[in-house]
Design a protein around this ligand. Structure first.
Ligand code: FMN
Length: 423
């Protein structure tokens, strides 16, 4: 039962909770090339989302793209002039496609038609967008979107391969029903899949070559086939830690308890249910890993027995014997390979600092991230978190209330300083 000072938040409160502002693209300029595909409307939505991440978004539309959406839409959504015409030059010294190419950090072609893919693969430059692509020397990401038969056509496939050999990023479209009613691969990816390569392309690859294992979410300890003991962990913190590692170039495996979050792109996901399964999976995967971060809220106790059939209700009380589960963090420290960095999380409702220092000494982890789960605005289920980073020498770094992705960044900043220079 909850003690009086432990404030609970409900599902509807979580939905209404406001994520703190998180602007990983602050100070960046993104060129958004929109071509004449049906998914141009998604570019309108995504332009706002990229802007919300802190970037200045400058739209460039092909002539055919303006058949689908008006430049006014993009001007209003981005607050910028929309470039469409190669020869609309106001001053002789300011050639827009050259100036824009110099000023931007990232170029997205979204949606990318079969036509622009073919043109860019062959270095053609017959309009503003294709000419700007040749004049731009920074990272470019293409987001192909088209009818599945057009997408599967050998010419499209060959052109996409050529784009990759030219050093461009190509983000595969999704499989499903496309706007024309056909089913197959060709649908422009949803925002979470679009967002990650954008953030990766603008992030220093400080974890390149590093293998990372992250655990996340709760575990379920079954009483019978339909009932289990679990906890309020949503997986948000662990998924954020894993995403930040992918953005910094790490190879990431995420061992996740049951959560209602979509599978994060760019990493290997291993779903598990019980503490036992989580322990076994992590122990199998931990050998070739440089950094392990245990954000999962693993059950400390599990029912001593799991009934094969649903336990029937009767008039008497039901007593359940609980037994200790294996302490995964302690086991990992015991089996630690040379140089492996092990980071634990602890969730407390009282004496947070004292409990964290006690726990890091007891378990032997390199860092312990302590979160106060009694607060309604941080910890379990919340979009933001307020944590202390405790190191093995007892040093405590308190962090303010931050968006969970920013907490993930701070944790990785600390771990990066602990990694050997050559891995
Ligand atoms: C209704 C309609 C929808 C279209 N949707 C797509 C599409 O999703 N993807 C694509 O590659 N081409 C699509 N096309 C074809 C392109 O508009 C056409 O190839 C055009 O030349 C592309 O020009 P651009 O790449 O310069 O914008 C569509 C055409 C029409 C009429």
């Amino acid at each position: 039962m909850a003690s009086d000072n432990v404030k609970r938040i409900t599902g509807s409160e979580i939905l209404s909770e406001k994520a703190l502002s998180y602007k990983p693209l602050k100070g960046k300029t993104v060129l958004l090339g929109i071509t004449g595909g049906i998914a141009a409307y998604k570019a309108a939505v995504y332009s706002r989302k990229i802007r919300a991440l802190g970037a200045r978004v400058i739209p460039v539309m092909t002539c055919h793209a303006t058949e689908f959406l008006s430049p006014i839409t993009f001007a209003a959504l981005t607050g910028e002039k929309v470039y469409t015409d190669l020869f609309c030059i106001e001053g002789a010294e300011n050639i827009p496609h050259i100036e824009l190419a110099k000023s931007a950090d990232l170029f997205l072609v979204l949606p990318a038609t079969a036509n622009i893919i073919g043109k860019a693969a062959n270095g053609l430059a017959d309009d503003f967008l294709s000419t700007l692509l040749l004049a731009f020397s920074g990272p470019v990401l293409f987001f192909p979107s088209m009818n599945p038969v057009m997408y599967a056509h050998p010419a499209t496939q060959t052109n996409m391969e050529r784009l990759k050999t030219l050093g461009y990023g190509v983000i595969e479209p999704e499989t499903g029903e496309t706007a024309c009613g056909d089913s197959g691969r060709g649908r422009l990816a949803d925002w979470p899949v679009v967002k990650e390569p954008i953030l990766k392309a603008t992030t220093l690859q400080t974890l390149k070559g590093i293998n990372v294992l992250v655990s996340a979410g709760p575990t379920r300890e079954y009483l019978d086939p339909v009932r289990y003991i679990s906890n309020r962990s949503s997986g948000l913190m662990g998924y954020a830690v894993a995403r930040v590692a992918v953005r910094r170039g790490a190879r990431v495996t995420l061992v996740s308890g049951p959560v209602s979050l979509p599978p994060p792109p760019g990493m290997k996901l291993c779903p598990v249910e019980t503490a036992g399964e989580m322990g076994d999976t992590i122990s199998k995967l931990s050998q070739n890993v440089h950094v392990i971060i245990m954000t999962a809220a693993v059950a400390d106790y599990a029912p001593a027995a799991r009934a094969d059939r649903k336990i029937k209700k009767d008039t008497s009380e039901l007593r359940v014997d609980l037994v200790r589960t294996t302490d995964i963090l302690s086991q990992l420290v015991k089996d630690r390979r040379d140089g492996q960095i092990i980071v634990g999380f602890c969730a407390e409702t009282q004496d947070l600092k004292a409990q964290a220092i006690k726990k890091i000494r007891l378990k032997g982890a390199d860092l312990l991230i302590a979160n106060d789960v009694s607060r309604p605005d941080s910890g379990f289920d919340a979009l933001n978190n307020r944590v202390f980073i405790v190191s093995s020498d007892g040093d405590i770094e308190p962090l303010p209330l931050l968006h969970k992705e920013e907490v993930g960044e701070k944790i990785w900043d600390r771990i990066q300083n602990m990694l050997p220079q050559t891995v």
